[in-house]
Design a protein around this ligand. Sequence first.
Ligand SMILES: C[S@@+](CC[C@H](N)C(=O)[O-])C[C@H]1O[C@@H](n2cnc3c(N)ncnc32)[C@H](O)[C@@H]1O
Length: 298
Amino acid sequence: MTEKTVHNAVMVEETMLVLDVKSGGHYLDGTLGGGTHTEELLKRSKPDGHVISLDVDRSALARATERFATYGDRWKGVEANFRHLASVAEQENLALLDGILLDVGLSSDELENSSLGISFQKDGPLDMRLGPKSNDDGLTAAEVINSWTQQDLETVIRTFGEERYARRIAAQIVKARKSARIIRTLELVSVIRSVVPHTYEGGRIHFATRTFQALRIVVNDELQALKDAIRGAQTVLKPGGHLAILTFHSLEDRIVKLAFTGTEAWEPITKKPMMASEEETKENPRSRTAKLRAAIKK
Ligand SMILES: C[S@@+](CC[C@H](N)C(=O)[O-])C[C@H]1O[C@@H](n2cnc3c(N)ncnc32)[C@H](O)[C@@H]1O
């Protein structure tokens, strides 16, 4: 038996509504994670709808394979990066699709898994790849931290972490790595701690949040993967098919907003992003930063 998921899926009802899930439809969930969204797609497309779920995290796929066995050939899990969703849908003979969902970022299962090196609260190797298919070049966070120039580190931490102390943090990383390579998450946390104010952002977020976010984005090439996925969705959705994307920080939301409004290909379903209800944010704090945008392929 694989371990149960601890991930609490976000805005499930809202995503199903904007996807307009129909009996017998063909759906692709690009981010399987704990499987709640996938299961809803299966339930709402019964009795003969098909759902294919992608993830780069092998443990998410193993968990779902057990959980969804009862759905037989209505469900398939594929270890793939969602940036290649168009070719996966074609290989699996599921195109053209009625709907595609992306719930980007991390699952709580991954945050709990210290061996991925994603959490700044758990000691682990500074890796940060979510799985072997997370990137094509094998880049790890340790490689970035120990071999990139101070200028490059500063740019990455500022651009992808929107971190105001990027310069100090980058300088301190370069200083610290002269005595020994920084290879563990908590080693990096203490380097950051030594140069940021004690009252970091009024205590609203942990002082390592932004630097860790920046490294994760770079290692997994997250922003480009999202752009590739939206472009791919355009080719494998039916005209009238729906694309729903849940994002958790402004860099990602900006990409989705621009993609949906900047071309003739999409008709946005809502002008503004949908947010989680007050009730949900109380129960699941992770949902506080979630933004849901959806569009119809013209
Ligand atoms: C927020 S969770 C999804 C949760 C899911 N919707 C649910 O109902 O539990 C995000 C998942 O996307 C996966 N992921 C992140 N980037 C990916 C990528 N480029 N390709 C495929 N999966 C990715 C992560 O491994 C993680 O399992």
